[in-house]
Design a protein around this ligand. Structure first.
Ligand SMILES: [Zn+2]
Length: 250
């Protein structure tokens, strides 16, 4: 559909109403002369206003513009979410598109999780990836994070309607928290709990001092209260509470 200028000479009057002009392209009402009840000195009708109607062509043009605007807004939103929600830019590189299928079982489970994301989000289903290092835990957690983000519903102009995803190593979360003033720290906790999906990579790798354990509990508690999915990767055995959460080896 391409926009086309209408030549005034092509405009035709509606057979049923001479004050209505039809669009020469779609033959639907396009302009309407609203005239006064009284006439001018020469007995001619006084045109008060030209009212524009949305003919089929106008509606098509608006739809194309709206869809384009929506796609642009969605791409801006995705870029914004990746910039702010993925603390390590390398996380953006790990996607299902580059999965070499070395671990087909884990791959299948992760695809299944993404395909059933609505159910996971509704029921607060998360995943606990545990196992030795270099077994693909981070890779699969990132694949899920990227896929969930892309899967977000297109947003409408001015309205964010997609999924928000936050992913970071536990160490980065701790360092980020340590760098913030108290008021911004609270906001940070709120943001973590608001994200549709929170992924904490390499959980429990820090030396477990009282401070680290306290932060660990604060993060997990705020997430638990939000009733939204949490994905954790860790070298630790699954001794943390896993109620309502799937557990998998990757
Ligand atoms: Zn038209």
């Amino acid at each position: 559909m391409t926009a086309k200028l209408i030549n005034p000479r092509d405009i035709i009057l509606s057979p049923g109403n001479p004050n209505v002009l039809l669009c020469p392209t779609c033959n639907q009402p396009w302009l309407e002369k609203l005239v006064d009840a009284t006439s001018d000195a020469d007995g001619q009708p006084i045109i008060r206003e030209l009212k524009r109607h949305d003919c089929a062509c106008e509606q098509d043009k608006k739809r194309i513009y709206f869809d384009l605007q929506r796609q642009i807004d969605h791409q801006i939103y995705l870029a914004f979410n990746r910039t702010h929600g993925f603390l390590d830019p390398n996380y953006q590189m790990h996607t299902f598109a580059v999965d070499n299928n070395n671990n087909p079982e884990a791959s299948k489970k992760c695809h299944k999780y993404v395909n059933n994301w609505d159910v996971a989000l509704e029921n607060n289903f998360g995943i606990f990836f545990h196992g030795d290092s270099s077994t693909g835990k981070t890779f699969f957690a990132c694949c899920i994070a990227n896929a969930i983000l892309d899967k977000g519903k297109p947003c409408y102009p001015g309205i964010i309607n997609g999924s928000s995803v936050y992913i970071a190593t536990f160490t980065d979360l701790i360092n980020k928290l340590a760098s913030l003033e108290l008021s911004r720290k609270e906001q940070f906790y709120r943001n973590l709990s608001k994200a549709d999906l929170l992924v904490i990579d390499d959980f429990g790798s820090e030396r477990q001092t009282d401070y680290i354990l306290e932060q660990m509990n604060l993060i997990l508690d705020s997430r638990e209260r939000s009733r939204k999915p949490l994905i954790i990767t860790s070298n630790l055995a699954p001794v943390v509470k896993t109620n309502n959460r799937a557990t998998t080896n990757a």
